[in-house]
Every structure is written in C-alpha cells, then in structure tokens.
Design a protein around this ligand. Structure first.
Ligand SMILES: [Zn+2]
Length: 322
C-alpha cells in the first residue's frame, strides 16, 4: 500500500470512527409492522396455518454467539401450542434487535459501527472500506432455515427465515449503508461532533418518521409496502446478495435524503446535540409539500425493503420446498 493510500485509509477510518461511534442499529420502524403489510399478498403462506411450536434444538449447527442478555421467547404460546407462518414472520421480524447481537466482542472494528449490534446489522461502505456483517447474518439464518426444513421443523424454518429477513430489511435502510453523504463525512473532519450529531439525527428521525407514517396508515408508505414486487429469481440471488445490493443502492439515496430531511424536519437536525422532530401533529403528506417530496424519495428504499423481503420468501419457497 502506498503512503498516500495509507493516509487516505486512515483518514477514512477516523471519519468513520467519529461518525459511527454512536450509530444506531435499529432500522425501519418496526420490522414487525412493516412485515405484516409486506406479506399481505403472499397467499402461499396461508397454507401454513397450523404449525406446532417446537423447542430450539439447533445447538450443534446454530453456533454463532448471542448476546449475554438474549433469551429465546415464545410469543404465540408455549412449546406444543400451534401458530401460523404469517404470525412467526411478523412476531420475530424484530428478534435480532432483542439483545441477540448486543454486548458481544466480534471484531476489532465493531466500535466503528457502534458496537456488536451495529456490526451485525449494518454494512457501511465508503470507498473501498466495508464495515459490518449484515449480509453474512442474513445468509447464516437462511441456511439454518434450510436445516430446520430438512428436519421437518416448520416452526424453526419460519423463525430462522424471520431472522434472515430482518438483516435483509436492515440493509435496505439507506443509513445502514453509509452514515452520511460522503462529501459531508470528508468535510466533517474539521468538526467531528457536528458530523456525529447530525448523522445520528438524520438516521433516527428518518426511522421515527417512517414508523409513525406506517402506524398512521399513510397511503404512500402502506401502498409501497403492500405492492412492491419481488425480483425475478436468478442464480445470483442469495440472502447475502440481497443485503449487499440493498446497501449498494441505498448509498446514493442518502445524498438525496439528507437535504430533504433538513428541509422537512428543519435545521435543528444538523446539530451536535440529539434532536427529534415533534411527530405528534404530523399526518399523511399533502401533495406538493416538502413532506410529500420526502415521502416520494423515501418510498424508493422502503419499496426495496418490501421487494427484497418478498424475494427472500420466494427464494425460500423454491429452494427449501415450502
Ligand atoms: Zn436490525
């Protein structure tokens, strides 16, 4: 590596460290509420309307470490009761955020993504640097779903699929692919705390706003989640690919979202201090307003969340014989 390249690499890593040290690791708000809308057109799931809840018995193959405060919960009922595929996917879409990935020592570089949770839920890219393992996590749980299916254990087939789906969905949230527009990251070298505060504010406010709009049945958001079409299944498509591709397409969107968020939420966003827009009086956008324009841009990656989730389910249906 040349001296110049080393210097550039160091500068970029410093930027990332400053920018990402407190980066949040949740993503679209919430995975469960969005998944409920996304799978509403997946009629094939209705055939799985009585799945026995089984105890986790994958110690020999599910060997990646879990956080010290994580425990397996059975939301629909205890082992022995019955549930449905739709309920499992919806109820456990958020499971990887329930301390599964927090409090772990996974990589020397995990502090650059806000810790082990951020490391497993994001896939940052800046130039030739990549940080995070979300694509590998999506693939890991998809492969475990295949092992559960081979055992005839439908409950864990869908539960592992729900986990795989979570990471695919995370990777379609643009701020999980890069914390701020690259030009601002490089400029931010001169004012680290401002860059850290503003990137965190943009990330959190996007997610809080998106969650509020779904909860309030904003037609733009609800229709996008319901109606997005899956990709055509080709040999290239794997859960890993869906994640990588989601982040690849998400990075340029951050450049567009950033100034629109400043316009809609206000300039308080671009400050060192944590700041939240007051969502209590916000309703579905009126056409022609900055909010409507923002919704339109946001609906592109949100549509990808839906499309890639449906693609993952289609893939599982074909490859796992569901
Ligand atoms: Zn996540």
């Amino acid at each position: 590596m040349t001296r110049r390249r080393k210097l550039l690499c160091t500068a970029l890593l410093v930027c990332f460290a400053v920018c990402c040290v407190a980066a949040p690791a949740d993503a679209w708000n919430s995975h469960g509420a969005c998944t409920k809308l996304i799978i509403s057109d997946q009629d094939w799931l209705k055939a799985y309307d009585s799945i026995p809840v089984t105890a986790w018995s994958y110690q020999d193959v599910d060997t990646q470490p879990v956080g010290p405060n994580f425990s397996v919960q059975y939301i629909e009922g205890p082992v022995g009761s019955t549930t449905t595929a739709a309920a499992i996917l919806t109820n456990y879409a958020d499971e990887p955020d329930w301390n599964m990935d927090a409090g772990l020592d996974l990589s020397t570089f995990q502090m650059l993504t806000g810790g082990s949770q951020g490391w497993r839920h994001q896939f940052y890219g800046l130039g030739f640097i990549r940080l995070g393992v979300a694509p590998s996590r999506a693939q890991y749980f998809y492969d475990l779903a295949g092992k559960a299916k081979a055992k005839g254990d439908l409950y864990w087939t869908f539960r592992y699929l729900a986990r795989s789906m979570h990471y695919v969905q995370d990777c379609t949230e643009p701020y999980h692919s890069v914390p701020a527009p690259i030009g601002l990251i490089l400029k931010g070298v001169t004012n680290f705390s401002l860059l850290l505060g503003s990137s965190t504010n943009h990330h959190y406010n996007l997610e809080e706003y998106q969650g509020a709009m779904v909860a309030r049945n904003s037609p733009t958001f609800v229709d996008t989640l319901r109606n997005a079409a899956p990709l055509e299944i080709t040999d290239d498509i794997t859960p890993f690919w869906l994640c990588r591709h989601g982040t690849y397409l998400g990075r340029p969107v951050v450049r567009t979202l950033w100034p629109m968020e400043t316009s809609f939420f206000g300039d308080n966003l671009n400050a060192s201090d944590s700041w939240y827009f007051d969502l209590s009086t916000v309703h579905a956008a009126v056409p022609g307003t900055p909010q409507a324009a923002y919704d339109q841009v946001l609906s592109e990656p949100l549509g990808r969340m839906s499309s890639y989730t449906k693609t993952l389910l289609t893939l599982a249906r074909q490859q796992l014989g569901l």
